[in-house]
Design a binder for this molecule. Sequence first.
Ligand SMILES: Cc1cc2nc3c(=O)[nH]c(=O)nc-3n(C[C@H](O)[C@H](O)[C@H](O)COP(=O)(O)OP(=O)(O)OC[C@H]3O[C@@H](n4cnc5c(N)ncnc54)[C@H](O)[C@@H]3O)c2cc1C
Ligand code: FES
Length: 273
Amino acid sequence: MTAAQVAATVMDVRRKGDYVALRLAAPRIAAGARPGQFAALAVGGSDSPMLLRRCFSLAGWDAGGIEVVLAVTGRGTAWLARRRPGDVLDVVGPLGQPFRLPERPQTCVLVGGGYGAAPLVPLAAALRAAGCPVRMALGAAGASRLMAVAAAEQIADTVTVTTDDGSAGRRGRVSDVLPDMLTGVGTVYACGPMAMLAAVARLAAGAGMPSQVAVEESMACGVGVCMTCVLPVIGDDGRTRMTRSCLDGPVFPGDRVRFEAVGTVPADAVGAP
Ligand SMILES: Cc1cc2nc3c(=O)[nH]c(=O)nc-3n(C[C@H](O)[C@H](O)[C@H](O)COP(=O)(O)OP(=O)(O)OC[C@H]3O[C@@H](n4cnc5c(N)ncnc54)[C@H](O)[C@@H]3O)c2cc1C
Ligand code: FES
């Protein structure tokens, strides 16, 4: 389904730990949404100097609308966090390639770091609906940066929580608990910071199982025009190309992303200078 640009009325604004959840009336976006996709929100109003849209994973949706959950990290997210019910936002979505579900039921592990948990809740629901047992591991720097633990506990068969500072769950990184979760698993899914995704992809590959990772590269246009979001990805022919994460991602097979070279153009990439 193609993306729609809609004027979405804010239906609800809620604080969730360090995050702000916005529920937006956007039935046309909700109708085509799949887990792992994102929406691009205009910020600042019509006369704003903030020209670029800000991208957020679709954290949930129903017939009436979509939910995004944001951390305030700069001017755009601060402006969004000040919205109130009845305000209208310019939203484009659903964008990007979703997580792929297994062809047959199999046990799946879902790993989320911080707000990377957002797309994993609808993914867990879709996997369960497809007959897949789901194990989730959610990690964050501290308890207030954990996201969606209660929702995960309602959907997943098991949920393991980690925090770097030990303020909730086990002390340590979410990738620390992953090796113990991989027995009998078919696919590993992950969303979170790039270093976490690299660790998850490495551990999954080491255990001989496929992974799908949702990357978060900075995006300017969100629709494939500007090339801001490229990262080195190995294609079916074995060659590396600088690949647009907004269009061909954000979800990629974990073993295809050259994590060690993200932020560079590897010399062996097709078209490299
Ligand atoms: C596919 C995708 C999904 C995302 N999902 C979420 C989510 O569910 N919740 C959430 O809180 N954040 C999410 N982000 C990050 C979010 O887009 C940035 O935090 C936000 O754009 C920052 O805007 P700002 O104006 O507050 O900050 P500024 O730093 O002022 O932003 C300036 C510019 O940099 C870009 N930018 C800055 N930080 C990031 C970043 N970490 N990733 C990508 N672009 C960035 C912005 O889009 C903007 O164009 C996601 C990003 C991507 C690409
Ligand atoms: S963000 Fe512009 S091409 Fe991807």
